[in-house]
Design a protein. Structure first.
Lengths: 578, 575
């Protein structure tokens, strides 16, 4: 997306606030004009101070009254402008984030699996914030800055051309100085952030692995490594900090040159009678005001560029192709009969790496299909396909005799109950987590499900019981406890088909044994797909698929497969090897 | 806080000179309106162009000296701030190296990393800014007021009132808006968390068809955020207009008063101009001061977080006069009625653990999740201290041994297989920095990791941070090799074969049994197959030893062991 397209998109998002943008610009214009008018009035007042007994108080009173009104109006328009800007900014932020979040719900799993969550989160949160700060705030700063420069010029020209020329000639020097310093320090900052990055990598490794460091007595070696980087960082950080901090004194010096120039030439003009003392005061005020927007604008430009880049990153996420929507006449699978059929299924995550080929399977309603094989052989892929997290590349999957692509995703997925190896819980109470399977469930039903999953006793012992808050990603619970809650969640709502992907991998074998009965009851009359590491749990499956490197290498019942004495037999026997 | 600032003692000179030079610059700035007043009062009426030019050059000279002193000040401030940050980081890192496992668990790794990185950076910029501005800004504000008094006391009273009102406005708005910003920051954290959750939990959320509910909840949360942000924004939007009104109304009052004073012949026109200029300077500096206070209070919060780490007393230290281990009892491990309670817990994690192991014995430790297996073996290299009872290694209480020497005799393979960035050789030499390639390869062979080395291109193969370019099984075998390189007296395998298939696991156990230096081995596992052929098996349940003996003996005498065994070996009967 190029810069122009990004800006168009941004404008589209602010379209609803068009009136407020116009208002904001009007108020900005008003406040700049009034701010510039005030020194003129001050100058006129000073001009009345001609000497003892010669001050015209009536005229002074008029000027001061006018000043008070101007001050009031300026303040009002400043505040109104900020209010408008706040509204525009925060609403635009909200709208963009809403779209981004809603889009996340529609993104294909292939995108989510391939992109680190942290990256997507930073697009939705940090990038949008930077964009809002930079673009919307930067825009007003740019606008008022340009107006101030222009307005000051006009006011100054009206007073005295000669002095104005002095100001106009000297001021840009401060811009050049600032740009010069920024260019020179850029490399120093890059070196500093690279060194910081290096140190952060070392810190997170050493602190993250501190227990290993101590177990192997590597404290001193680590400290030496740290000190070396730390010394380098100190050196380059000092350079970057010092040289970049020269900007302010230098531009301030240029400003004082401008100031001195105005004082000299203004005073000379005053001697010849070209300007009054009051006008000189006014000029001096302008000389201070005039250089400020120049310094600001140079900062604003980089900020704007940064903001556009951030906006582009968010839009990139929003423009990511979504899952193909359900077709308009998609079937709502109200009650699946439990039959699942795979016909010549082909699938690959990467176009050049075939994973599943010619996979055929027919599971009758109520049957039990087990999938076994070494880690990384593609067992979970099959589940991705059944739940239609991914679509097949060839062949078809039929549920209740219908191609899954003709069924609405939601009703298809709700026809499966599942316990996954990845024991994901959302932050919230335990009750909310279990109820996720069926939001309307009563407290009694939730407790019953937890009891069936053997999770009741530890939940009861937790402070707050079922209302105990669990942190992000189930913080505070052990893996085993999290898995038990996931099982309870599945128990609460039992659709005609079940997927158990290493459902007990984190539970110790004794507890597992205890919940076997519950599992058996759960699977009764339901078509179940079981992925397991421990072979003992799947011996009485109706069909066992043995996978290896993405291929089904053997199928059959436990007895048949043992008799075959192939890969399954090897796997099975190895677990009893000494 | 005090602790952090005490590091400035290394930069006494810099932290004194920085503000002083800044002060010099400020003093020169205060002279500027004086010079301008002179131009107006004496230069212009006299019509002497040379005099005006001289005064103008004086202004330039003031600017130039100001520039020089300010550059000097920036240098000293930067040097003190950057140096302080470097010393602080070093002290923090050294402190982390001294923390015990219990301390590490309590404090948490991720917060330690934040404190070492972004918190220290915040402190650095806070100190830098404070050294530059904390004298300058108040000096200019009150200096301008003092100068005003020097010019005309009556007019200067307006300054005093204006400064007071400005202070009330600036700090009032800060005080009101800061908690509002904090609240909206917390709400933003929640919005962020929900976004993250929806990415990590997509499968579950979609499986339960919760997309619309999540969107609705997100929108609700964000609506609240927008409200909070807008409200906070409106309050701080008052800052500019209110200070503008205050300072300029003061200006109006000043003009009115100086008009009267000029009329009375007490004030010249130039002095009136100077008063007007001082009023302008005050506003600019007050806004700077407010920003300084925001930044400094933010860094002060960071400094407190940093101090908290530095003030931790490491919960576990090496004795000042360690006892030598008894060579005759090398490899012996004895637990004498040991109890262990983690800090903050209200129940024992281990209760009355009592056993002893002889050199060369293989001890299996088995039990369910949370039964205390890892806690038990962690007491041997003194990762934790027993709350009561005693642990003796080589015949001497571990608390009376040098921590370094004790740990050097123990090879630990932790549950979490963690490797570090660098070559495979560098990683394996953690076990023994002196080990040559032959010794390393011998350990690799025993750890069944030859194929891992081959796959990565030999011992020079690079390992990425946390070993993330290796599979779980590959990492586990390398961590075992790392422990073996040390040729430990005592080898602890804490569930370190969980990612290995049964056949490799079996070969590994065989190789360990045949190690020439006969270490005492502790094998912690949930798998009965992994401990079955140990010389002795400890069965743990809820922190107690409920079975102690060989496999055959336990099958007969220990119900829990039988249950564990049956749950894993049911199939064997049928097969």
């Amino acid at each position: 997306m190029n810069r122009r397209d990004t800006l168009k998109r941004v404008l589209a998002y602010t379209a609803h606030a068009r009136l407020q943008i116009v208002l904001s610009l009007t108020f900005a214009f008003a406040s700049v004009a009034l701010t510039l008018y005030l020194p003129v009035l001050t100058g006129r007042a000073v001009d009345l101070f001609v000497g003892a007994g010669k001050v015209d108080f009536a005229a002074l009173g008029m000027i001061l009254a006018r000043m008070a009104i101007v001050i009031g109006l300026t303040a009002l328009s400043q505040w109104a402008m900020s209010v408008c800007n706040n509204r525009i900014t925060y609403r635009t932020v909200r709208d963009i984030r809403r779209d981004a979040f809603a889009h996340i719900q529609r993104l294909p799993l292939s995108y989510i699996d391939a992109h680190p969550a942290g990256d997507v989160v930073s697009r939705v949160i940090a990038d949008v914030d930077t964009f809002a700060d930079g673009l919307l705030m930067g825009f007003t700063q740019l606008f008022t800055g340009a107006l101030t420069i222009l307005g000051t010029l006009i006011f100054m020209l009206r007073i005295d051309v000669g002095v104005t020329v002095v100001v106009v000639l000297v001021t840009p020097v401060s811009l050049f100085v600032a740009a010069f310093i920024a260019r020179r320090t850029y490399d120093m900052f890059r070196l500093q952030s690279a060194t910081r990055g290096e140190q952060t990598a070392l810190i997170s490794e050493a602190v993250g692995g501190q227990k290993v460091v101590q177990a192997f007595g590597r404290e001193e070696a680590c400290q030496r490594q740290f000190d070396e980087i730390n010394a380098r960082l100190e050196k380059c950080s000092l350079r970057a900090t010092f040289f970049s901090s020269l900007t302010n004194p230098c531009t301030r010096f240029v400003n004082s040159l401008v100031y001195a120039g105005v004082a000299i030439f203004g005073a000379l003009a005053a001697i010849t009678g070209g300007v009054s003392v009051g006008q000189l005061t006014c000029f001096l005020t302008y000389a201070n005001q005039y250089t400020k927007p120049f310094n600001e604008i140079s900062g604003v430009v980089t900020e704007l560029q940064n903001a556009v880049a951030c906006a582009a990153r968010v839009f990139e996420l929003i423009d990511e192709p979504a899952e193909a929507p359900d077709s308009a006449d998609a079937l709502e699978l109200a009650r699946a009969d439990g039959s699942v059929e795979l016909d010549d299924v082909e699938f690959r995550y990467l176009p050049e790496r075939p994973l599943i080929e010619d996979l055929n399977l027919a599971a009758a309603p109520g049957s039990r299909v087990a999938i076994v094989g070494p880690t990384g052989c593609g067992k979970t892929t099959l589940i991705n396909l059944l739940m239609r997290f991914y679509d097949v590349d060839g062949g078809s999957i039929l549920v209740s005799g219908r191609d899954v692509r003709e069924i609405s995703r939601r009703s298809l997925r709700r026809s499966f109950g599942m316990v996954l190896q990845d024991t994901w819980l959302k932050s919230g109470t335990i009750r909310e987590n279990i109820a996720m399977a069926r939001p309307g469930a009563t407290y009694e039903e939730i407790v019953a499900a937890a009891k069936a999953a053997h999770a009741h006793s530890f939940i009861r012992r937790m402070p707050g019981g079922y209302d105990a808050e669990i942190g992000e990603d189930g913080g505070g619970l052990s893996e085993g406890q999290k898995q038990l809650i996931c099982i309870a969640r599945a128990m609460l709502n039992l659709p005609p088909m079940l997927i158990l992907d290493e459902a007990t991998s984190s539970i110790d074998t004794r507890t597992e044994l205890q919940i076997q009965n519950a599992f058996a009851k759960m699977m009764e009359g339901r078509t179940s797909f079981i992925v397991a590491h421990r072979l003992s749990t799947i011996e009485n499956a109706d069909a066992i698929l043995v996978m290896r490197d993405g291929h089904i290498v053997e199928t059959g019942t436990h007895r048949e497969l043992l008799a075959k004495n192939g890969f399954y037999a090897e796997l099975y026997n190895s677990q009893f090897a000494h | 806080m005090k602790r952090v600032l005490s590091y400035l003692r290394y930069y006494r000179l810099e932290s004194a000179l920085g503000p002083l030079f800044k002060l010099l610059e400020a003093a020169l700035e205060l002279l500027v309106p004086f010079v301008v007043a002179a131009i107006v009062d004496t230069g212009i009426p006299s019509g002497d162009a040379g005099r005006v030019a001289r005064m103008g050059l004086l202004l330039v000279a003031l600017g130039l000296v100001g520039l020089l002193s300010s550059v000097t000040a920036q240098y000293f401030a930067a040097k003190a701030a950057v140096g302080l940050a470097a010393k602080l980081r070093r002290a923090l890192f050294a402190q982390v190296q001294k923390l015990s496992f219990a301390d590490l668990n309590r404090v948490g790794t991720s917060t330690l990393i934040t404190r070492l990185t972004s918190d220290v950076n915040q402190v650095q910029s806070g100190v830098n800014l404070a050294l530059r501005l904390f004298l300058r800004s108040p000096f200019i504000v009150f200096g301008a007021m003092a100068m005003a008094f020097a010019i005309d006391a009556r007019c200067a009273l307006i300054f005093a009132v204006a400064i007071l009102i400005l202070l009330v406005i600036v700090f009032g708005i800060l005080l009101i808006s800061m908690p509002m910003y904090r609240r909206s920051q917390n709400q933003l954290d929640q919005v962020l968390q929900r976004t993250r959750e929806n990415l990590t939990g997509t499968r579950v959320l979609r499986a339960f068809g919760r997309e619309d509910d999540e969107i609705e909840a997100f929108n609700r949360g964000h609506e609240k955020l927008t409200r909070l942000q807008t409200a906070a924004g409106h309050v701080s939007a008052l800052m500019n207009p209110l200070t503008y009104v205050a300072i300029n109304l003061a200006l109006v009052a000043l003009l009115r008063a100086s008009g009267a004073r000029v009329d009375a012949g007490r004030l010249t026109q130039g002095e009136a101009v100077a008063l007007v200029n001082y009023m302008g300077q005050i506003l600019v500096e007050l806004i700077k001061l407010a920003n300084l206070i925001i930044t400094v209070s933010r860094s002060a919060a960071c400094a407190r977080r940093v101090s908290a780490v530095l003030e931790l007393h490491p919960g576990l230290t090496s004795p000042a006069r360690p006892e030598e281990a008894d060579p005759a009892r090398a490899g012996c491990v004895e637990f004498e009625h040991v109890c262990l309670r983690y800090p903050g817990a209200n129940a024992d994690h281990l209760t009355d653990i009592h056993f002893s192991a002889r050199r060369g014995q293989i001890i299996g430790v088995i039990g369910g999740t949370g039964s205390g297996k890892t806690s038990l073996v962690n007491l041997i290299p003194r990762f934790y201290d027993a709350s009561s009872g005693a642990v003796r290694v080589d015949g001497v209480d571990v608390r009376r041994q040098s921590l370094r020497e004790l740990r050097a005799r123990v090879g630990v393979v932790p549950q979490k297989a963690l490797l570090f960035q660098g070559s495979i050789r560098d990683n394996l030499r953690w076990g023994d920095p002196e080990a040559d390639d032959a010794a390393i390869l011998e350990a690799v062979r025993a750890a069944q990791a030859e194929d891992v080395i081959a796959a990565k291109g030999g011992l020079d193969g690079e390992i990425e941070q946390y070993g993330r370019n290796l599979s779980g099984g590959q990492r586990q075998r390398l961590t075992i090799a790392r422990a073996l390189v040390r040729r430990p007296e005592i080898l602890i395998l804490d569930d370190s074969a969980s990612a290995l298939d049964y056949a490799t696991d079996a070969r590994l156990r065989m190789a360990i049994r045949q190690l020439s230096y006969r270490p005492t081995v502790f094998i912690v596992s949930q798998r009965a197959a992994s401990v079955r052929y140990a010389d002795r098996i400890l069965v743990l349940d809820d922190g107690r030893i409920v079975g102690d003996g060989t496999h055959e003996w336990l099958l007969q005498s220990c119900q829990i062991y039988r249950e564990i065994y049956d749950s894993q070996f049911r199939g064997e009967v049928g097969a």
